[in-house]
Design a protein around this ligand. Structure first.
Ligand SMILES: Cc1cc2nc3c(=O)[nH]c(=O)nc-3n(C[C@H](O)[C@H](O)[C@H](O)COP(=O)(O)OP(=O)(O)OC[C@H]3O[C@@H](n4cnc5c(N)ncnc54)[C@H](O)[C@@H]3O)c2cc1C
Ligand code: FES
Length: 385
């Protein structure tokens, strides 16, 4: 891990004490609750972090610096951290790509772009206060740099997809300054470019870093943050082979990391595939793809929960979570992104499409995640949470 590879002694001691108390019938959560009375960050099972600062990056994005307790294991650049916030009495979990804060164990920053009608991103930008304690989980995710660190890296980012790239850039600058890094960063305008100034400064002081900012409305759709609609003459530049060949002739041969809106990632997938270099391309999606089924095809869903059955209809272009909610059901969920598994149900019969993997699943009792599944036939589901 980048900022702390071993848990501190206090955490080891607290874990041992929790284990011994467990033998005496004291649950780990009760132990955590007692520690939390002293300081919420002392908890070792239910991780928490305190907001230590918050700044605006652009009119619609803010950076929040969080201090986690000693039980947080640290993070690798490019990974995500699930955070949990309570809004109007309901807990919501979302993933954000953190940057470690050098010299401050357990401290990291997340930068959150407000999404159109986005529940949590709006709350973080507008209402989250310094001093608030929020839930966090250990860092996870495979969108990370190879070890040993490579001699050349290509980063491609669009909009808020800059956050994992920024984490990797800061790490490479600190630990492997000889690595040649190219960053292609699509944003709607300089004004809306997250970390715009910091990236210019890094480029000015780090000869190995090639920074290619591109203003384009093609890969960065509006975030609905109250910004003016793009003008007719707004620039449209796509990620294409001419651009890649011009800025980095050996682009297909180096490890490449792409994170951004779906059109940008689709373009990258197609370019690397055409160059027979898909193995070198790593992709991170911030939002699952939309279900592409027929909106006019409606399937009947029977959901077994708490010894009773509920029924709703699901169109081919809806996730099962959204279809159930639109029918007025309160369905257990967390991240809505296929990560936390809180919406998992057993698929007893019928077929669904997993929109995260594209896979068709035919019901034989397998677990499926309702937030990333769409119906392909009538279904029977059984709630597992
Ligand atoms: C691994 C991972 C890392 C992430 N890292 C970051 C990060 O560093 N910074 C960041 O700002 N976000 C990041 N996200 C996205 C973040 O988790 C939330 O999805 C985002 O903040 C929107 O949540 P919300 O509650 O505001 O929107 P919701 O209320 O869940 O959704 C509202 C609407 O916005 C749409 N929407 C949701 N997310 C996006 C999106 N990313 N782009 C376009 N439309 C969207 C939904 O389809 C929906 O229509 C990451 C996601 C993942 C999976
Ligand atoms: S709500 Fe998290 S996986 Fe579905």
């Amino acid at each position: 891990m980048a900022d702390s590879s071993r848990p501190p002694l206090s955490t080891v001691a607290a874990s041992r004490l929790s284990g011994w108390l467990g033998h005496l019938g004291v649950s780990p959560m009760a132990f955590d609750d007692t520690l939390s009375l002293i300081d919420p960050l002392l908890a070792i099972h239910h991780l928490r972090a305190r907001v230590v600062s918050k700044v605006s990056e652009t009119p619609s994005a803010s950076t929040v610096v969080l201090q986690a307790g000693a039980a947080f294991h640290g993070l690798l650049p490019g990974q995500y951290v699930m955070i949990g916030v309570t809004i109007a009495g309901v807990r919501h979990r979302r993933a954000y790509s953190p940057r470690a804060m050098a010299g401050h164990p357990g401290r990291f920053a997340i930068t959150v772009q407000r999404q159109p009608e986005g529940f949590v991103s709006k709350f973080i930008n507008e209402s989250l206060q310094v001093g608030t304690v929020i839930d966090i989980e250990q860092a996870a995710g495979e969108f990370t740099l190879p070890l040993p660190l490579p001699t050349q890296v290509l980063l491609v980012a669009g909009g808020s997809g800059i956050t994992p790239s920024m984490s990797m850039l800061e790490h490479l600058h600190a630990k492997a300054r000889h690595t040649r890094v190219t960053l292609v960063y699509f944003a709607r305008s300089a004004h809306e470019r997250i970390f715009g100034q910091a990236l210019q400064q890094l480029a000015a002081n780090w000869p190995q870093f090639q920074y290619v900012p591109i203003d384009s409305v093609a890969n960065t759709p509006s975030d609905g943050g109250g910004r003016p609609a793009p003008q007719a003459q707004a620039p449209v530049q796509l990620l294409d082979i001419e651009l890649l060949n011009r800025i980095m002739p050996n682009w297909a041969e180096v490890p490449a990391y792409c994170c951004g809106p779906a059109p940008l990632m689709d373009a990258a997938r197609a370019l690397w595939h055409a160059a027979s270099a898909s193995a070198n391309l790593h992709l991170e999606a911030f939002a699952p793809p939309k279900p592409s089924g027929d909106p006019n095809e409606h399937h009947s869903v029977r959901l077994l929960r708490d010894h009773s059955a509920q029924h709703f209809d699901a169109a081919g272009n809806q996730t099962l979570l959204v279809a159930g909610e639109e029918a007025g059901l309160s369905i257990q969920h967390g991240c809505r992104q296929g990560i936390c598994h809180e919406c998992t149900c057993r698929l007893n019969s019928g077929s669904v499409r997993d929109i995260a993997t594209g896979e068709r699943i035919d019901g034989q009792g397998q677990p499926i995640r309702l937030c990333v599944s769409s119906a392909m036939s009538d279904l029977e589901l059984e709630a597992l949470n």
